[in-house]
Design a protein around this ligand. Structure first.
Ligand SMILES: NC(=O)c1ccc[n+]([C@@H]2O[C@H](COP(=O)([O-])OP(=O)(O)OC[C@H]3O[C@@H](n4cnc5c(N)ncnc54)[C@H](OP(=O)(O)O)[C@@H]3O)[C@@H](O)[C@H]2O)c1
Length: 251
């Protein structure tokens, strides 16, 4: 069997890192994308290599299309060198951020960045993947629990992830005849840099546990294991779905 290849965006830290490590454990070669933290991405690569896997790092500012195009040039060269073709099987659109603030305080620049990264970037990473992703491939878009329940400071972030849900549905419909599945994986609150300040505070921890069916704080591996299923052949009949992995938040 030929080795499957995955591109995971935002794999230098947090959920993307856990997903990259898990897909490597599943036997895939992984392109570890990073934005600013090259050293962290190289550490992920080293960790994969130390367990006998294959990985390499690629950089892009995901909110800028020119930077995404440059990333694909590097990716094409690396994949051609390593596999003989600029092709991959699994795209995990994970890079993203959550800006939290009251509606009254948003600037135009902040709003644009939230959407440029979480929606525009995801769209163009995917657009440029279409000629490179093999038939029967997998696209996994990171969504969020906040499209189902409400946290007042995260209205704009939630709207960006709502857009991701809609793109997932349309891409699944468009790409189905190639056997490519497209799903949103929607985490609840997970302990990463993104929200460590809140989740590791006594108040944040107490509120999260009180609103969660499963009484513990979610960890990156909880998401990576769900991503592993969505990236596998076992999920071949699951497409166009929003799969929430939140430990039953706000049920
Ligand atoms: N953690 C949660 O509770 C949670 C819940 C629901 C959804 N999510 C979603 O899950 C995804 C990952 O979240 P996380 O918690 O792992 O976040 P994180 O710990 O802040 O890590 C974010 C990752 O994305 C990359 N990134 C951020 N901005 C970027 C940019 N402008 N250009 C390129 N790369 C960029 C970072 O790369 P560098 O460090 O190299 O710059 C890093 O690898 C996001 O889409 C987030 O919205 C997270």
């Amino acid at each position: 069997m030929t080795q499957k290849v995955a591109l995971v965006t935002g794999a230098s830290r947090g959920l993307g890192k856990a997903i990259a490590l898990r897909l490597a454990q599943d036997g895939m070669m992984v392109a570890v994308h990073y934005g600013k933290n090259q050293a962290a991405a190289e550490e992920v690569v080293s960790k994969i290599e130390s367990t006998g896997g294959e990985a390499f790092a690629v950089q892009a500012e995901i909110s800028e299309v020119a930077s995404i195009k440059a990333m694909y040039e590097t990716l094409d060269a690396e994949l051609t060198k390593r596999t003989g073709a600029a092709k991959f099987d699994v795209l995990v659109n994970n890079a993203g951020t959550a800006i939290g603030k009251p509606i009254e305080e948003w600037s135009e620049e902040e709003f644009d960045y939230q959407f440029d990264l979480n929606v525009k970037g995801l769209f163009f990473v995917t657009q440029l993947a279409l000629s490179r992703i093999n038939d029967n491939g997998r696209i996994i878009n990171l969504g969020s629990g906040v499209t189902r329940f409400s946290y007042p400071l995260y209205a704009v972030y939630a709207a960006s992830k709502g857009s991701v849900n809609v793109l997932t549905q349309y891409l699944a419909a468009i790409l189905g005849d190639r056997g490519i599945t497209v799903n949103t994986l929607a985490p609840g609150a997970i302990d990463t840099d993104l929200n460590a300040g809140w989740l590791r505070s006594e108040a944040g921890k107490a509120q999260t546990l009180a609103t969660s069916a499963i009484k513990r704080i979610g960890m990156p591996d909880d998401i990576a294991d769900a991503a592993s299923f969505l990236a596998s052949n076992d999920s071949r009949w699951v497409t166009g779905q929003r799969i929430e992995a939140s430990g039953g938040a706000h049920l």
